[in-house]
Design a protein around this ligand. Structure first.
Ligand SMILES: Cc1ncc(COP(=O)(O)O)c(C=O)c1O
Length: 402
């Protein structure tokens, strides 16, 4: 008879299996995309490149929901934020922004560094920009001093999604000519978004979230009105200049060296999104978000987003019970289960953790993620009720009563 093997509950190093990257971006890069990028870099002035770029511009238009141009910068999302501003606004221009969380705060800081005067509507980081406030502020501004309304669609720091169509309607009701600029960095290709239909002038995106790519591409979808503003003014600019880009993009090229291998990956990611169909992609994100919220409630923990109509489909921010540090919990989950969860940012440091459920994941990835959270709560000594993962599984398998 074989001697009984003593099985320890803790895994022995070295680690096996894949790391669980469950932060709200960068997200897991699918094998298909990784393979597509692992190719020799081609001549970015040659004919093969023009075919690649043209295909990408078309695919990006479909993802943003626009027949107009989408500009691709070799940059992070912050670069695309800056490009939106320097092409359309002048130092001293007033803009209306909303304190929805850390990314709204960072975009505001960037705007102020570029010389804009920001009317910053305070918020509690638990809900989105209020359309009624947009309407009231713009209605008061009879002289048209406010040149742009700038909103973060999905606040990655809080798990709150602003309702952009309502903000558009508010601007229209106030009969105000301000540009509408929307940060879609963590919503693009995960949550329904319609640049043209919703009358957005500049949509800012990037590669490392719903597009399932590594970081390194910044995106601007632009309306005719934004292009006209750029032609008439903006700030001194060179690298970020839309006009220069569009001139070269028209024949499939860039004014400087593009991130060629990321573009191979983008072509593959766009093909995957096309195969799945955007409505199916949005529905999958919504379903995983609902399963996650059921888990959180069953654990007896609180969801940071206070407005159910603004729950995010791409991440859920979970509040820690008083006296417990979210970073201690996250460290326990990382060391024990090799899973990264999102940290609390800005004034939420240590107070929340964020579960990313966007990009390339399926039911079992989510169940594994929630299982890791549930085990981690126990290991870190956080008070919780068992059964959250089961609540999510019941929902995902169609078993739950409601
Ligand atoms: C909503 C949002 N806006 C802007 C940014 C900044 O993008 P980046 O870090 O790529 O510069 C992020 C990054 O996570 C984000 O989530």
């Amino acid at each position: 008879m074989q001697p009984a093997v003593k099985v320890s509950p803790a895994p022995a190093p070295p680690r096996s299996g894949r790391h669980f990257l469950q932060i709200p971006g960068p997200t897991n890069v699918p094998d298909r995309v990784l393979r597509a990028m692992a190719r020799p870099t081609i001549d970015h002035r040659g004919p093969e490149f023009a075919v690649l770029a043209t295909e990408i511009f078309e695919g990006l238009g479909a993802v943003f929901g626009t027949p107009g141009p989408v500009i691709v910068f070799p940059s992070s999302g912050t670069g695309a934020w800056e490009a939106a501003i320097v092409n359309t606004l002048r130092p001293g221009d007033r803009v209306l922004m909303f304190e929805t969380g850390q990314f709204a705060a960072l975009w505001k800081r960037l705007a102020e560094r570029l010389g804009l005067v920001v009317d910053y509507v305070p918020g509690d980081w638990r809900r989105g920009a209020d359309p009624a406030v947009v309407e009231a502020r713009l209605a008061e501004d009879r002289a048209g001093a406010i040149k742009a309304v700038m909103v973060v669609h999905n606040e990655t720091s809080t798990g709150v999604t602003c309702r952009i169509p309502l903000i558009r309607q508010a601007i229209d009701r106030a009969r105000h000519g301000a540009l509408l600029m929307v940060d879609t960095i963590s919503s693009l290709a995960s949550i329904d978004y319609r640049h043209a239909e919703w009358g957005v002038d500049v949509s800012v995106g990037c590669s490392q979230k719903g597009l399932m790519l590594p970081p390194g591409l910044g995106l601007n979808a632009v309306s005719d009105k934004a292009l006209a503003a750029a032609r008439q003014g903006g700030m001194p600019r060179a690298y970020w200049d839309w006009e220069d880009m569009l001139k070269h993009n028209a024949s499939g090229y860039f004014p400087y060296t593009p991130a060629t291998n990321l573009l191979y990956g983008l072509r593959e990611a766009l093909a995957m999104l096309r195969e799945q169909g955007l409505p199916g992609v949005f529905a999958r994100h919504a379903r995983h978000a609902e399963a996650t919220r059921r888990a959180v409630r069953a654990w007896g923990l609180e969801i940071l987003c206070a407005e159910p109509a603004e729950y995010s489909s791409v991440l859920t921010a979970v509040m820690m019970p008083a006296g417990h540090d979210a970073d201690v919990f996250r460290a326990a989950v990382l060391s024990r289960f090799d899973m990264s969860l999102g940290i609390g940012l800005g004034k939420l440091v240590g107070k929340i953790f964020r579960i990313g459920h966007l990009g390339d994941l399926n039911d079992l990835t989510l169940v594994g993620t929630l299982g890791g959270v549930e085990m981690g709560l126990g290991i870190a000594g956080v008070p919780y009720r068992a059964g959250g993962t089961q609540a999510a599984m019941s929902f995902l398998s169609g078993d739950s009563q409601s």
